[in-house]
Write a protein of this length. Structure first.
Length: 275
């Protein structure tokens, strides 16, 4: 977020590693965890919604084909924007608060919830849904590629339930799915971050998505749409490796124990193989 929105004329960070070093030096290790409250509150619901919607949509479509995997993932991505947008707004505002300060001189928000409450009181529902359209444009195709890539990777690697290497294969497949999904729509993530950070200092720069794209490109060139990509990909692999592997193993375990006889196999285990 900080790399995506920093002032090009007076940049604070030269890159991912320098940003990491600077935050620890200036704000202590706790600076790396600014805004953690928002994901902690929202990610549980987002993942439950995403995997639930994707699985049910895939069953409704009838066939487990690559196209249906993409469509089911896209549907899941679109619906979870309801939670994702306010969550990321609070995260962005908290992460930008006190940039470069060891002890905050001005603390606008106590925590993520306080941030959302204050934004709501000042701007209403429209305020806490700032960046909703850009979030929707980013998440819909992104989750389509997310589930499509995972499906293709697990088929290619031959992930069988009795395979002794099934966990490493699932981790690798999940990690690569995360990388592909972020690469597919990353420029829109930059725009979303800039729109949600807009107005933090009391000055509003952008009128909307197109205005943000135009001004960002005019001032910084095409490279602006890749800002922060390295740190995003470094995060994407382990996070999504853990997410997909956990969900898949849990579904495999529940299926083997026959604890959920009324449930059809979920999207991540609905394959020709024993998975």
């Amino acid at each position: 977020v900080r790399l995506q929105v920093q002032n090009v004329e007076k940049p604070l960070y030269r890159g991912t590693f320098h940003c990491f070093q600077s935050i620890i030096k200036q704000e202590s290790a706790f600076g790396l965890y600014k805004g953690i409250g928002s994901p902690m509150m929202g990610l549980t619901f987002i993942n439950a919604l995403v995997f639930g919607v994707q699985g049910n949509t895939l069953r409704a479509l009838g066939k487990d084909t690559p196209l249906n995997q993409f469509l089911a993932g896209s549907a899941a991505g679109a619906i979870q924007c309801i939670i994702c947008c306010p969550m990321e707004l609070a995260k962005t505002r908290m992460q930008l608060q006190g940039t470069g300060e060891y002890k905050l001189k001005t603390k606008n928000y106590k925590n993520s919830l306080d941030c959302l409450i204050k934004i709501y009181r000042k701007e209403g529902l429209r305020g806490i849904n700032r960046g909703m359209v850009s979030t929707f444009i980013r998440e819909t195709p992104s989750f389509g590629f997310y589930f499509l890539t995972y499906d293709c990777m697990t088929r290619y690697l031959g992930c069988e339930a009795e395979d002794s290497y099934v966990i490493p294969k699932l981790l690798f497949s999940g990690g690569m799915s995360g990388i592909v999904s972020w690469l597919s729509t990353y420029p829109m993530d930059v725009i979303k971050s800039r729109l949600q950070a807009d107005g933090v200092g009391g000055v509003t720069q952008y009128k909307g998505i197109l205005d943000c794209v135009r001004k960002s490109y005019h001032e910084e060139g095409w490279r602006v749409f890749t800002r922060g990509l390295t740190s995003t990909l470094l995060r994407a692999f382990p996070v999504n490796a853990a997410t997909f592997a956990t969900v898949t193993v849990f579904l495999m375990y529940m299926k083997s124990e026959d604890n959920l006889p009324e449930c059809e196999p979920g999207p991540v285990i609905h394959q020709p193989s024993s998975l």
